[in-house]
Design a protein around this ligand. Sequence first.
Ligand code: F6R
Length: 609
Amino acid sequence: MCGIVGYLGPSQNSVQIVLEGLRRLEYRGYDSAGVSFLDEHDHLQNYKKAGKLDNLKMELIGKNVIARTCIGHTRWATHGGVTDENAHPHFNETLSIIHNGIIENANEIKKELMGHGVKFKSETDSESFLELTTFELKNGKPILEAIADSFKRIHGNSAFVILYPKTGEIFAIKRGAPLVCGINEITSEALVSSDPYALAGIVHKLYFPEDEVIVHLSGANKNLVNFYELKDLKKTTRYLSKKQDMSVEVSEKGEYEHFMLKEIHEQPGLIRNLTQYYFVGEGREALEKVAHYKPDRIYLSACGTAAYAGLVIRDFLEGINRIPATVELASEFRYRDPILKSGDVGIFVSQSGETADTLAAQSLCKKAGVKTLSIVNVDGSTLYRDCDDNLLIRAGIEIGVASTKAFTQQALTGRLMSAAMAGDLKDEAKKMKLTGKFALLAERIDHLLVKSEIIKTVAEAIYNKKGFFYTGRGVYFPLALEGALKLKEIAYVHAEGYAAGELKHGPIALIDEEMVNIALVGPELFEKTVSNIQEIKARKGIIVSIGPRNNEELMGLSDYYIPLDFDGLDELSPLYVNVVNQLLAYYMAKFKGTDIDKPRNLAKSVTVE
Ligand code: F6R
């Protein structure tokens, strides 16, 4: 959600540096973008534009943007429509601020300030913090105190970056939202951001402040960065510091038309590397730690695609380890007062490691004394830092907003965890066998990618139909949910994932010749799933079967048939089927002409609840 970048240093190119950081973060939110900077006369300049970052860049063409201090933002709208006025930064003659999160008591603060004659320019909640801090400054408080007192008043999870033109300094503070700062001592540059990726290649050292720590970027000749406690404004060491070792990964699409397609194609390589990493590489220690887990019960908690990957992991844990496991939507789990016991383990599945609800679910478990483990992509993310133990999914940066490779890597990391807990790490033969299975999965996906023309042809035939039911049974049911989600988010058509046996309990009333059933048919429960397809066929639904190759019965029933080779994949076959779903959604979206990598209304990392 919202990308934030702030820069203070000797370079007169700060606006370009901030824009480059925002470009890297644009996949997180792309409703509008803006920058504030101090020009060569130390005057505050502000530019903001609704729409993608390119609109802002166009606006800046030909403008004098020589500046040493700059803050910038890409927005994912929460309060107030997508307009130039509602874009960040929000500024007045005293301050400029950018915000990520929600101020729950914004209306109350606004009302109070309006009573003092303050006028608001936007419909955003963010502006209430700007005006509250300005009000405190006008009442004679020093800047640090003004920020602290305003921040203490606001409710909800937020991160702010504040540019104070009077001294040219930048301040930042957060509660329950991501924030990182970084320094380069050689060049005397200090930056702040919502994501370390924006700082890669510029800084050498990263600092992750804890909640309610005020970050102060002060410029050369002084400490580049200082940290103060919100409660008493005393200097603090409540932050985690870390060497910056992230390379500016190739964030180009290369030969692919979209990041999503590139990321789908990366899957075989990533799958092969995962067993290497965990069986012989750096990941061994983390997996060995998990091998000692003896939980009475496991709660898996996550959101969206990550929750569906959680369902696949649940099937491994229950099927292979026979440990009771449930998957909980983090947004519900955090509020439903679950019965947590000390023998339980909480597992949190996430690509970004910054999803607000998943973080809250983790915190709930931690407070209840439950051991917490993350299955996460971003090393050093909040979830990674907060959990007792971590298993990295090693998917590399995922730019496409619709998650693809992260799902596969999350589920497979779960499979490795289940092997570790079953004691397989001590048995070379078992490790070899599993490595072979992963390699076979990678190979089958490679074949599928080569034959993706078949999937494209099916997509072309059905993309304009009225609605889509993805159905599956057993271990294929999670894929029905995930397949439908992928289609909804990138092709903007109504799709639902359903357990194949459930359709006749209501939704079958929707079936007619304009409705498509994407039937996911594995070798398990084959006959029963075929019967469910018959029921839809009898009501004139269009049948697209994704199932075992050379099956005459299924072929005869289907309007379109995508044959697969399941042999030897066993419990990993759901991951193979899921790649068909990814490609089908991708091609349907392509025929529809939607913005595949940045679908409307979405953001990559959902840091608000
Ligand atoms: C869908 C998608 C989302 C995320 C969800 C959780 O394609 O990407 O449903 O899976 O927002 O995000 P993370 O995994 O970052 O916690």
